[in-house]
Design a protein around this ligand. Structure first.
Ligand code: IPE
Ligand code: IPE
Ligand code: MG
Length: 266
């Protein structure tokens, strides 16, 4: 297991960090809970929206960085089902920001061959945002290099409920029997059915909770929790997260320790 001396990280340049990321052992699918925009703005005596605006720059850098490094799938948590509880002014500004992100990023996504998709109850979004989402999803449909999924109006429990509904409809229509219901079938009904297994989940801003994100998919994901606020999470932080991931020994419930009897196979 290659190890990385994190105590020396301050002295490493971005280029050095980049060179240390083992391209052969990358997570296939990285997801990020992008948190801390409000606190970033508050620390600067700015309105919360200024933090969201700055956070968009991090989105751009992390999307481009993941694509360059060779990550197959990146999923970003942009707006949760519970975020509808926020003041309507903040929601309105976030929706405007999302619309302008989609407008300005479309050409960049096409240029970088990145497919865009959303997961969540997007039907609740304002019409102009929904129209832009559909436009960008359609325009990037055939892009192959990376898939960028943005979770908007998303809740992990809601996703599992929607999967249950889909399975029960298939049962009612005679397409599946009780015996067909297994983990693979549930996965086929999740919003993320087309994505590879989630390997790495990053949460910024020092919180250590999941906040209703990808509840099924995190089963064996490695977690990287950082105090860095999302607007400060740039390419360097991404490299650190990937290096941290590469120090982990993934056991999936098994063991890599030698067998106790010293013999192999009993
Ligand atoms: C994350 O930043 C962005 C969204 C949830 C939309 P926050 O807005 O939650 O920022 P904090 O957590 O209040 O600092
Ligand atoms: C999680 O952040 C949702 C997103 C990043 C979109 P929140 O700020 O909404 O989460 P809590 O309220 O701290 O759990
Ligand atoms: Mg927050």
């Amino acid at each position: 297991m290659p190890t990385f001396d994190f105590s020396a990280i301050e002295q490493c340049s971005n280029e050095e960090l980049d060179a240390r990321v083992d391209r052969a052992r990358l997570p296939r699918h990285v997801a990020v809970i992008m948190d801390g925009n409000g606190r970033w703005a508050k620390a600067r005596f700015m309105p919360r929206i200024a933090g969201h605006y700055e956070g968009m720059k991090s989105v751009r850098e992390v999307v481009t960085g993941c694509r360059e490094i060779g990550i197959q799938a990146l999923t970003l948590y942009a707006f949760s089902q519970e975020n509808w509880k926020r003041p309507s002014e903040e929601i309105g500004l976030l929706m405007k920001l999302m619309e302008s992100y989609l407008q300005t990023e479309l050409s960049l996504l096409l240029e970088q061959d990145i497919r865009f998709m959303t997961i969540g109850r997007t039907e609740l979004l304002p019409k102009p945002v929904l129209e832009w989402i559909q436009k960008v999803e359609t325009a990037t449909r055939d892009c192959q290099t990376m898939i960028l999924t943005v979770a908007v109006s998303y809740g992990g429990r809601g996703e599992i409920v929607d999967a249950l509904r889909g399975i029960i409809e298939d049962y009612r229509d005679g397409k599946v029997t009780i015996h067909d219901i297994d983990e693979a079938l549930v996965e086929q009904h999740l919003y993320t059915a087309a994505l590879p297994e989630l390997d790495l989940l990053i949460r910024t801003s020092g919180e250590a909770r999941i906040s209703n994100f990808l509840l099924w998919q995190i089963a064996y994901a490695e977690l990287h929790l950082t105090k860095t606020l999302w607007p400060d999470f740039r390419r360097r932080e991404l490299l650190v997260a990937l290096l941290d991931y590469q120090t982990r020994e993934r056991r999936f419930g098994g063991t890599t320790a030698p067998d106790l009897t010293g013999t192999s196979g009993a």
